[in-house]
Design a protein around this ligand. Structure first.
Ligand SMILES: *Cc1c(COP(=O)(O)O)cnc(C)c1O
Length: 403
């Protein structure tokens, strides 16, 4: 790699590649917990920070470093640290930066475990947390009229695919003194560029589209060099959420096909959304780039593609919805997403069961809400499967006519 201006498809294949003196083609897998020194003086110089030498894989590892360099190049970030899971990334980004007495403002529509950190964990340490409706700028303005240490947001959100205006919220957040952390999992690094919109830190679950083939867990935090070196790295180094070199190697291989997969999954998702919108058994379809999405204009301004997820509402409540889910033959029922296999989730009884009925109602999640992560199967096979399952779920024609 001699240029830093390569396009994403090139960076995904070659970014961060650091060959050994064996000149191997593919990224080498360094399954080693530790490293040795030529002599005691070299060890001393390493610990003093006078020379650059790997010390211990909790602090750094050559395979893991290749993944960090590739993700930083792709995101256009100064620095990246990867972690064992996406939640370890979110946790490290937040807890490395926050202290007792701080205020955190977050969009309400967060991934379940992110919601738990903000609502339950932070207050235990004397950190105040405030939730706002992410789509409502007036609520952000109100919450950020007082100083805050951090803003955490997710866009598009899980599972209702609600958009947050990242540029507008970043401006308000910076005026309040807050670090803006964006969970960019649903958009992937290819469809949305939070740093260009004003974010300070971007977090990912590499488990989702980056591996994308259902094999390993992983997470990533990206930000400015100074913040990563002085705030994040000491936290990760001393608390140990490190990513296994093997998992880093699997994710490096996954990234090589990320653009091919995400582009095709977006095309499949758009076609599936259009198909679902025509079905009588479906009362509502949410897909960011469809004209009937309440924030289509913002989505098209902020993202370069509609994404790989479609959320929709099956008429007839939980019973009809479960009939639909159980009738699927190709699409699997699973709480994962971003996989090459299409996966379908019933948020009210799984991923969003614990937040309670009131909070679900506030987010717009009903007993009929279905989140579909569209994969790489032939889209005609997917549509045939969804069609036969909707037929099986349909309430009687009389009931339908009455609606
Ligand atoms: C999956 C996910 C996470 C957590 O990632 P893990 O790898 O499962 O720990 C965080 N945020 C979003 C939006 C996710 O989809």
């Amino acid at each position: 790699m001699t240029r830093s201006t390569y396009r994403p498809a090139t960076l995904l294949v070659r970014g961060g590649l650091d060959r050994t003196n064996h000149a191997e083609t593919a990224e080498a897998l360094f399954l080693t917990s530790g490293f040795v020194y030529d002599d005691a003086a070299q060890a001393e110089a390493t610990f003093k920070g006078e020379i650059s030498h790997y010390q211990y894989s909790r602090f750094g590892n050559p395979t893991v470093a290749m993944l960090e360099a590739r993700l930083a190049a792709l995101e256009g970030a100064e620095a990246c640290r990867v972690t064992a899971t996406g939640m370890a990334a979110v946790h490290a980004a937040m807890l490395s930066h926050l202290k007792t007495g701080d205020r955190v403002v977050a969009s309400r529509a967060l991934f379940g475990s992110c919601h738990w950190i903000v609502s339950t964990l932070l207050p235990r340490y004397g950190i105040e947390s405030v939730f706002v409706d992410g789509a409502d700028l007036a609520q952000w303005k109100e919450a950020l009229s007082r100083p805050a240490a951090m803003v955490l947001l997710e866009s598009p959100s899980n599972p209702m695919l609600e958009m947050v205006d990242i540029a507008a919220v970043s401006k308000l957040a910076h005026a309040a003194g807050a670090l803006v952390v964006v969970d960019n999992v649903f958009a992937t690094p290819l469809l949305q560029k939070p740093f260009e919109l004003g974010a300070d830190v971007v977090v990912y679950s590499c488990t989702k589209h980056m591996d994308g083939q259902g094999r390993v867990l992983g997470g990533a935090v990206l930000g400015r060099q100074k913040w990563v070196d002085e705030v994040l790295q000491p936290f990760i180094r001393n608390t140990g959420p490190s990513l296994s070199p093997f998992n880093a190697w699997v994710i490096l291989k996954g990234l090589e096909t990320l653009k091919l997969r995400v582009d095709q999954m977006c095309r499949n998702a758009a076609a599936v959304a259009d198909f679902l919108a025509e079905r009588l058994e479906v009362s509502r379809v949410l897909y960011p780039f469809r004209p009937d999405h309440p924030q289509q204009a913002l989505a098209m301004r902020q993202m370069s593609g509609g994404g790989t997820l479609v959320t929709f509402e099956v008429r007839g409540g939980k019973e009809a919805c479960f009939r639909f889910l159980d009738a699927l033959r190709l699409v699997d029922v699973s709480n994962n997403l971003g996989d090459s296999k299409s996966l379908v989730t019933h948020p009210a009884t799984t991923t969003h069961m614990r937040i309670g009925e009131e909070e679900r109602a506030r987010l717009g999640i009903t007993e009929g809400t279905v989140r579909l992560s569209v994969g790489l199967e032939d889209v005609a096979d997917l549509i045939e499967d969804l069609a036969q399952a909707l037929d099986a779920a349909a309430p009687s024609h009389e009931a339908r006519a009455a609606e």
